[in-house]
Design a protein around this ligand. Sequence first.
Ligand code: ZN
Length: 296
Amino acid sequence: MFKGDGFMFFGAIEASGAKFVCCIGTEKGEIMERVSFETETPEITMEKVISFFKNKKIEAIGIGCFGPIDLHKDSETYGYITSTPKTFWRNFNIVSEIEKTLNIPVYFDTIVNTAVYGEHIWGAGKNISNTIYLTIGKGVGGGAIVEGKLVHGMLHPEMGHIFVNRHPRDKFVGNCPFHGGNCLEGMASEMALERRWGVEFKDIPENHPAWDMEAFYIAHALVNYILVLSPEKIIIGGDIIKRGNLLTLIKERVVKLLNNYVQNDKILKNIDDYIVLPKLKDDSALLGALALCFKK
Ligand code: ZN
């Protein structure tokens, strides 16, 4: 099954604040073996990562990592997780930790960039040059492919922290430690939803006003992304989005907010094919991390 049989294998890590998923896969995106475990301290977590990949005869490893992270190869802190609220991981060099132990090339990007990249190579964004991926979970984040390339820029996009209008009936203070109730994450993350309504999001009934308010915030964000990046496809992941008719409410609000200003059939006639769930389901970021290993 491994090198020597004529096949090449690669490793991938989806490193989120909640869990690590590691896999061995192929250039076709087939996952041969996988393991996942809770994110603990770097010492405990990295020991599990290394013991999974050790002796696996892989060519390289791609990592999609929670952030913020340093992606500039000429920077002294390239490969570091930087100012994360997860204090154990602050200023931890995840790239060198793996490189020095396994002695293979390591490719590194944000977890949301690897998610959009995975969807671009094998999923809902295949053969599309301009795609964005947004995930609504405990935090909110997004990655973008523009003109066929992942966007990094000065740092990397932080699409979860764009400022949004306040819903007229919303009194919630907001949940972002940096921006309170001004940003999307502060108002629309799982944690914001649960704090606002005092109940776990899984227990909020389908017909509860929470969903219309949630759609309000996500739709405002999407409209901003549409106006700035002009994506040809918007992919939304995370558990909240699978709830009831939230996705439908978001699409209706997006069309209403744009108010015929963006005259394109993707929005006016084919919104169901424009704002979609990830085709790779929960594996967008893991498969995107795998694809980083043979990215041209
Ligand atoms: Zn924020």
